[in-house]
Design a protein around this ligand. Structure first.
Ligand SMILES: *Cc1c(COP(=O)(O)O)cnc(C)c1O
Length: 417
């Protein structure tokens, strides 16, 4: 029973008061429950949304999802499946035609040959990542997480009983881990390294050669690799995404590729992610999933199938979204660099910029709180991603909000100098 649930009130009844003794657990909650940190990006977004709901004019740069709606042909395929009674349990790793289509698209996109049996469809790329960690790491194992990192990586490593080892790669290396940095973080307990290109939060895209050099270190130390390629299709300026498993046979043998539908096709609420790995790992991931969540919502998988099968419609929708993202990216980057004291690299991927605000003499958390309080601009502090002194600005929002928001940010920065 939820104490805040208003539906519990009978008309005219006195408000239900939750007994105080029931808000204190009779015995401590688990170490998992006590050690997990709530998502800080969601917290800023929630505060901004609360202000907005109260009628305030907030410019939100905090959201981590496309501002577009899911393309119609994808929705239609899901509705058709629902009407056709695709409402029962499906095989845990995904409906067969979807696994086949995912395997095929890796060949089309990267000439990477995979069997449908190596594909596991999970409730969101986030869950795919977590299952990948669970399948490869035991309690006490160490996992290298390059910072700035996507907020969930350290938490999911901890929830597997493993230990996150954070390695900072700041704007001096373009937010990219170098082989020397990676090497310096490896110990005999290291089991896995997480790579994420294009990156959330920085938008950095590694080149093929850069990834080859990192993979060589992972091979030398016999590490698994979790390559989070969630933003593979959101790249600009002619940058090309690299599928880490295609770099060599040794890379393929140790790499779990995570990708999905959320960011590329504006399908965040559908909860569909994909993991592709060598058979023994894929099998382990599917078995873990069978006991934790079972299959992704059956009719939703038919929408994902349409995204892959109706190629022309999907490509057209993606092209429109990419053009908007690219226009906003260039505009926001140019405006940010006009602000005295602020420095911002031009990221080649995802939908984020990650400007350096360290010259203003404020901790980034205080910077963001004051920015929201005084100018009604929502941004996420870099420290949420393990990199103090930066902001993450998402440009997955309208051109008008970006223009207005960056003007307010400029005024705020002037007030600090
Ligand atoms: C959004 C995101 C994901 C997962 O997305 P889902 O909504 O769970 O499919 C995974 N990795 C990164 C880096 C992301 O930004």
């Amino acid at each position: 029973m939820d104490p805040e649930e208003p539906g519990l009130l009978l008309p005219g009844a006195a408000p239900f008061v939750w007994p105080i003794f029931m808000s204190i657990p009779p015995t401590p909650l688990s170490t998992w429950a006590r050690n997990v940190s709530p998502s800080p990006t969601l917290a800023v977004d929630a505060k901004a949304k609360a202000l907005q709901a109260a009628g305030e004019d907030v410019c939100g740069f905090a959201a981590g999802e496309p501002d577009f709606d899911t393309p119609d042909h994808i929705k239609e395929a899901c509705i058709v499946a629902l009407r056709a009674g695709k409402t029962k349990y499906a095989p845990t790793p995904g409906i067969e035609p979807l696994r086949v289509a995912i395997a095929e698209r890796y060949f089309t996109d990267y000439q990477h040959k995979v069997a449908a049996s190596q594909v596991v469809v999970s409730p969101g790329g986030k869950f795919s990542c977590y299952l990948g960690v669970l399948a490869t790491c035991s309690p006490g194992d160490e996992v290298i997480v390059p910072a700035p990192f996507w907020v969930s990586y350290p938490e999911m490593v901890k929830l597997a009983g493993a230990v996150p080892k954070l390695v900072l790669a700041d704007d001096r290396t373009g937010f990219k881990l170098t082989p020397a940095l990676l090497e310096s973080a490896i110990t005999p307990r290291t089991k896995l390294v997480i790579l994420n290109s294009p990156s959330n939060p920085t938008g950095a895209v590694y080149t093929r050669a850069e990834l080859e050099a990192l993979v060589a270190v992972a091979v030398k130390h016999n590490l698994y690799i979790l390559s989070d390629e969630m933003y593979e299709h959101l790249v600009y300026d002619g940058a090309t995404p690299t599928c880490v498993a295609t770099l060599s046979q040794e890379a393929e043998a140790r790499t779990m590729i995570v990708a999905g539908f959320s960011k590329t096709y504006a399908m965040t609420g559908w909860r569909i992610g994909t993991l592709v790995a060598p058979s023994p790992i894929a099998k382990a991931v599917a078995e873990l999933q069978s006991q934790i969540s079972s299959n992704v919502t059956t009719f939703a998988q038919y929408g994902a199938l349409a995204a892959l099968k109706e190629k022309e419609k999907t490509a057209a929708a993606l092209k429109t979204m990419l053009a908007a993202f690219d226009r906003r990216r260039k505009y926001l980057h140019a405006e940010l660099n006009k602000i005295p004291g602020l420095k911002c690299l031009l990221a080649e991927g995802a939908f984020y910029l990650f400007p350096n605000i360290s010259s203003f003499g404020l901790k980034d958390l205080e910077f963001c709180n004051r920015l929201l309080d005084t100018e009604r601009v929502a941004a996420v502090p870099g420290s949420a991603f393990g990199a103090e002194g930066y902001l993450r600005l998402s440009y997955a929002t309208s051109d008008e909000i970006i223009a207005k928001g960056v003007e307010r940010l400029a005024r705020f920065c002037r007030s600090l100098r």
